[in-house]
Design a protein around this ligand. Structure first.
Ligand SMILES: Cc1ncc(COP(=O)(O)O)c(C=O)c1O
Length: 405
């Protein structure tokens, strides 16, 4: 059986998937690029390539319109506004922007910064660096046996009125969907600013950053069927306006004198240098692609595929599936361990059959240590994933067990 949802994406939308025998189950690392994204970027390079914002000639105006149009589309896709949407190089840079700009202006010696044990290194290391530099304290919210955030631990830490809480919307290892609206409400009641890492959520869940009330929300285009080289930071306007620049250079200024400059308003203040123009146009097309399917349909399809994967993987002898049991709490990720077999061996044997999965610590070493593991094997799904893909994965695991068993 193929897709349950008539209008979900299909493999035909993704040129790479035309490769013979390829079963791509690594979209949490990077998703395949949708054809309309490639076409939109190609059209820019072939027909109206020019720099933006300054040129007065027609192709420059066209490029500017396309770039700013992409910002408006990314904002609408996420339930934010264009004035609160900043383009960065990736999600990592978006989080670093907040850590360097907001963090250095607002976090001082003795302040508390709270992270969770399920953070990707991108939403962990920038805060470590900040706390080390400022003499601030770092503390972690743990996770329970089912891979869910310990809200009791969160509340205990919030009682100390931390300056910042940095939390993933969806874990890239466990697939856990955190109750972000609730978490943000608890944090705000304590006067705590919240940085949400939405990298694994934006491509898979209907997203409304305003409804979540997140102060900062980061995601990345290359996991949402868009190009590499561009990420998005949504920030509350009042916070952005009060923040100093992150990088200095062209475009981020209002005027420059010999010894001082006046800075542009956000979002330009945080977009120094020539922008990722083609990438933004590609991101806009990716948002259109996902909106065309409809994020409710994307979520329904992902639940069906993940439900099938959980069922099939659950029947494999010696396999431990990590993360929440309830489908409502899991996004498009299944991480697992096979008894007695190293995840890298598993991934390598699967690769021989064309099944692409990721093995390793998934840039979440703190979580791995908490789970008592060095690595897991991770299959992650996309709008083009089918039950047949899951079947090929499970058949491949039988081969792995034959070889290593
Ligand atoms: C949860 C999470 N956060 C952040 C990132 C970093 O994304 P990027 O490499 O695009 O900055 C990733 C990528 O794997 C991720 O899964």
């Amino acid at each position: 059986m193929s897709l349950a949802i008539e209008h979900a994406g299909t493999a035909a939308d993704f040129p790479t998937l035309a490769r013979e025998g390829l079963v791509y189950l690594d979209s949490a690392a990077t998703a395949q690029t949708a054809e309309p994204v490639i076409e939109a970027m190609d059209a820019y390079y072939r027909t109206y390539r020019a720099s933006i914002h300054r040129g007065v000639y027609p192709i420059a105006a066209e490029a500017t319109e396309a770039y700013e149009g992409a910002r408006a589309r990314a904002a609408a896709f996420a339930g934010s506004s264009a004035g609160e949407t900043i383009f960065t190089r990736n999600a990592t840079e978006a989080i670093n922007l907040v850590a360097y700009s907001w963090g250095r202006a607002n976090v001082g010696a003795g302040d508390l910064v709270v992270l969770t044990h399920m953070e990707h290194h991108s939403n962990l290391v920038p805060w470590q660096i900040l706390c080390q530099e400022k003499g601030a304290e770092l503390a972690y919210v743990g996770i329970d046996e089912g891979g869910r955030l310990r809200l009791d631990e969160l509340d205990a830490l919030l009682a100390r009125r931390p300056k910042l809480l940095a939390v993933a919307h969806v874990s890239n290892v466990l697939g856990t969907i955190n109750p972000i609206a609730d978490v943000v409400a608890r944090a705000h009641a304590a006067g705590t600013v919240v940085m949400v890492d939405g990298t694994q959520a934006a491509p898979h869940l209907p997203l409304d950053v305003s409804a979540l009330d997140a102060d900062f929300y980061a995601w990345t285009a290359h996991k949402a069927y868009g190009p590499t080289g561009i990420g998005v930071l949504h920030g509350r306007r009042a916070l952005l306006e009060a923040m100093p620049p992150f990088l200095g250079g062209g475009h981020m200024i209002a005027s420059v004198d010999e010894f001082a400059s006046r800075y542009a308003d956000p979002p330009a203040r945080f977009e120094a240098g020539t922008s990722p123009i083609a990438e933004a146009i590609g991101l806009g097309a990716a948002c259109d692609y996902l909106d065309g399917i409809g994020m409710d349909a994307v979520r329904v399809h992902s639940q069906e595929i993940v439900g099938y994967a959980v069922e099939r993987l659950g029947a494999v002898d010696g396999l431990t599936l990590h993360g929440p049991a309830a489908l409502a709490e899991r996004a498009a990720v299944c991480s697992f361990s096979l008894e007695g077999i190293h995840p890298h061996d598993t991934a390598e044997i699967l690769a021989r059959d064309g099944v692409c999965v990721r093995a390793g610590h998934h840039c979440a070493q703190v979580l791995m240590k908490r789970m008592g593991l060095h690595a897991t094997t991770r299959a992650s799904f996309a709008v083009h994933s089918t039950r047949e893909d899951v079947d090929r994965l499970v058949e491949g695991l039988a081969t792995v067990q034959r070889i290593f068993g």
